[in-house]
Design a protein around this ligand. Sequence first.
Ligand SMILES: N[C@@H](CCC(=O)N[C@@H](CS)C(=O)NCC(=O)O)C(=O)O
Length: 219
Amino acid sequence: MTPSAALVLHTNPYSNNARKVHALLAEPDMQGLAVERRVLRMLLGETRTPEFLALNPNGKVPLLQIDGEPLFESNAICIELARRAGSGLWPDDERARSLALQWMFWQATTLDRPCGAVVVQRILVPMQGGAPDAAIIERELKAVHAAFAILDGHLAGRCWMLGDAFSVADLAIAGSLAYAAEAALPVAEHAHLAAWWSRLIARPSWKAASPPPLPSPAT
Ligand SMILES: N[C@@H](CCC(=O)N[C@@H](CS)C(=O)NCC(=O)O)C(=O)O
């Protein structure tokens, strides 16, 4: 384990990107790591204050401070924390690390945007009193299906994204699917992906990171 540093996670229980980090921290071999959590209420603008923007100019959670130094992007935060804990969730093997990074970049560049767009239309827009835009949903669902087909092909014959071992790559992908049920993302139409998702959501760490029921706009 890396020598201890003061670790502060700025977060929100409803953030799908923060949920990856919460689930990681709930994994058994992460228990030696002390991380203070500070909840920011996104819908009240707490991620847009000058103080927070000075730490993360993107104005987004999660954000990790390591002895005061900021680190943004949930995937980078997961790697940093797993590495500090000496956890095998960030694999030891160099080839496995490259593959983990491959899937984590792919999640951030290809999978997350269309999944997020459908979640916004089907959950956030109605929560704020608006009407979902059917054209956006139709367009983004095509990209979701294309990305899910890639995952489905990869997961055929694999238990987890890197094979037999659960890793930060699984948590990265899970972040994009966090609201799959509520937003009716078409996971069930891709059998290998659906089987992986069932295994993932059965993990005690994922359950421990579940947010309370969806909030009112004041959170
Ligand atoms: N790529 C970033 C995305 C972070 C992100 O989109 N965070 C959202 C919550 S899931 C947020 O903080 N939104 C608040 C805002 O935009 O004001 C990551 O993976 O950390």
